[in-house]
Design a protein around this ligand. Structure first.
Ligand code: F6R
Length: 607
């Protein structure tokens, strides 16, 4: 995710901003920029590392200022470039804005501002904020910001400068983190604590839509109605390492907990009141109607997401789907034909085998749609269409938010195709959209199982083998759960289609073997209960993961974890979450290096 820093006080602003941004570098970024006040707003931005920005600032001569805002950008709307970097200024040059998050209705606002004479220079959603502020500006910065908030929809953390008020900075947040640092030497804003630890340990942690007015002497907070509010000061005792991880012990846990926010960012901007809007898709309705077959190709967890994608796509849009592991696909001389579509899934966008599979599909003249997290990555650049997951940078090697955002994007694509092909009833479509809207909130609910999964991990951390069973979509979840467990805790684990167990593997079950049964598919629930009975009869210990109402499991399993009820196709977004937590806590119990498991790299750029 992008980083924000802002400062107003007695010190020189440029070094404070650059230093703060440097402390956020670990989160990943592709460009950076600052705005400071020096007889007007002076903005300097550069694609690439912070060193490029520093060189540019030095090249333009020292800029002395005591207030400013800075940003490191992780591209979402528009490729990494100087032009798309933040801050974004209004065309009058009076307003400068840094922003984290996504303005969902930026297209509408852009059109509205365009009609009012505003011209845009970047491809970003952020630029509408500075222009809109300029449009509503009436001399009162707080009042103007309230008007702007009334018009924008989405997630935002904003730092704003207005050249008419060189003695103040403005900030606000909604669904995107922002905090206010307080010190005798001045006051700060930042998206994350590490940026400011060197300057202060006293913070206001902002709630949604609290407006902050900062001067060098103090900070005033307002609610959306313009009333002044008081807040407690939060004193941070973390060291820099803990602060980078948001207070968690490992990035993996931070990223697990970021899933509700990542899903919100991926889904909500693509959903209208009653439909789906995939602006990045250039496929015509005619092409979508004519697809005969879809090939989903990916590696590892992204391949597991593809397996879920097959179930969902075939169920709602009635197109036959094949799912391939990229390293197999590229060498098996696949047969692709004109009316096929290839969907490539990759968090990093750089996986060598996946990229080679993409090239094979293109060579055979098939259109390629990719689902990628890293903007401007090789896979994104070489695909015909790209849908970005906007999960923010993933630092832990084992993917969590990358995977669940890939699932959510596959739901959107499947439902969009279903609508275009007329294979879904309007009523069912609306039910599915409602389920998708609730997904971030329900994900946050499920993540409250953390304590329970930590207890179970403690109990079973010394297991030598773990079998994870499920049917249908639960089998896909079992594969992902098994990969999570083995890659970070080094416990041998196998995922099995529950009905297949008796064809051989059940001979491995003996007294005390841990079996995790995932049973969230209503129509397959009873079958799973029978499979649990089979392994119990051979002495297995069973943890069952099911949905509310699946009480029959309590009579057969040793432990039962309940998930919220959801339409069958959406259970995949929930059933994997307790298993991410279980794998994490098991690895911690076993003293493993959770974020950097042995022999693994985050991005597999070799064959
Ligand atoms: C497992 C994991 C890997 C990746 C795989 C593909 O936790 O992260 O299995 O899913 O290496 O990587 P991307 O999605 O970057 O192509």
């Amino acid at each position: 995710m992008c980083g924000i820093v802002g400062y107003i006080g007695n010190q020189e602003a440029v070094p404070v901003l650059l230093n703060g941004l440097a402390k956020l570098e670990y989160r990943g970024y592709d460009s950076a920029g600052i705005s400071v006040y020096n007889d007007g707003i002076c903005t300097i931005k550069a694609k690439g590392r912070l060193a490029m920005l520093s060189d540019k600032i030095n090249g333009e001569g020292a800029v002395s200022s005591h207030m400013g805002i800075g940003h490191t950008r992780w591209a979402t709307h528009g490729a990494p470039s100087d032009r798309n970097s933040h801050p974004h200024n209004s065309q009058s040059g009076k307003i400068s804005v840094v922003h984290n998050g996504i303005i969902e209705n930026y297209m509408e606002l852009k059109a509205f501002l365009g009609e009012n004479g505003y011209h845009f220079v970047s491809e970003t959603d952020t630029e509408v904020v500075s222009q809109l502020f300029d449009f509503y500006y009436d001399g009162d910065p707080v009042g103007t910001l309230r008007k702007v908030i009334g018009k924008i929809r989405g997630a935002y953390a904003l730092g704003i400068m207005c050249s008419d008020h060189p003695d103040s900075l403005l900030a606000v947040r909604k669904d995107s983190p922002l905090l206010v640092g307080l010190s005798k030497d001045g006051n700060y804003i930042a998206s994350d604590i590490p940026a400011l630890l060197e300057y202060t340990r006293d913070y206001y942690l902002l709630d949604d839509n609290e407006i902050v007015f900062l001067t060098k002497e103090g900070v005033t907070l307002y609610d959306l109605d313009g009333n002044q509010i008081q807040k407690d000061i939060f004193h941070v005792t973390w060291d820099i390492d803990a602060a980078e991880k948001g207070g968690y012990d490992y990035f993996m846990m931070k990223e697990i907990m970021e899933q509700p926010e990542a899903l919100r960012k991926t889904l909500l901007p693509r959903m209208t009141e009653d439909g789906i809007r995939l602006e990045a898709l250039s496929l015509t309705e005619e092409e979508i109607k004519n697809f005969n077959r879809i090939h989903i190709v990916a590696c590892g967890s992204a391949w597991h997401a593809g397996i879920v994608g097959r179930y969902v796509m075939e169920e709602v849009s009635r197109i036959p789907v094949e799912v391939d592991i990229a390293s197999e696909f590229r060498y098996r001389n696949p047969i692709l034909s004109k009316n096929d579509l290839c969907i490539i899934i990759s968090q990093s966008g750089e996986t060598a085998d996946t990229l080679a599979a993409l090239r094979e599909a293109k060579k055979q003249g098939v259109k390629v749609l990719s689902i990628v997290n890293v903007v401007g990555s090789s896979i994104a650049r070489e695909s015909d269409d790209v849908l970005y997951t906007w999960a923010g940078p993933e630092i832990a090697v084992a993917t969590t938010k990358g995977y669940t955002t890939q699932l959510s994007m596959l739901y959107l694509v499947a439902l969009h195709f279903a609508k275009v092909r007329g294979t879904i009833e309007e009523e069912r479509l609306q039910e599915c959209l409602q389920e998708l809207r609730l997904l971030p909130k329900k994900t946050a609910e499920v993540l409250k199982l953390d304590g329970k999964m930590a207890e179970l991990a403690k109990k079973y951390a010394q297991s030598e083998d773990v079998f994870i069973i499920g049917r249908g979509l639960d089998y896909a979840a079992a594969m992902e759960a098994s990969l999570k467990l083995k890659e970070i805790s080094y416990i041998h684990s196998e995922a099995y289609a529950a009905g297949e167990l008796k064809h051989g593997t059940i001979s491995l079950i003996e007294e005390g073997t841990l079996v995790i049964a995932i049973a969230t598919q209503e129509r397959l629930f009873e079958k799973l209960v029978s499979n649990v009975k089979e392994v119990k009869a051979r002495g297995a210990k069973v943890i069952a993961i099911t949905t509310q109402g699946g009480c029959a499991m309590e009579q057969v399993a040793d432990e039962v974890i309940y998930l919220p009820k959801a339409a069958d196709i959406f259970t995949s977004s929930y059933n994997v979450l307790p298993m991410q937590l279980f794998a994490y806590h098991t690895a911690v119990e076993r003293g493993c290096d959770v974020d950097k498991p042995r022999n693994l790299a985050k991005s597999v750029t070799v064959e």
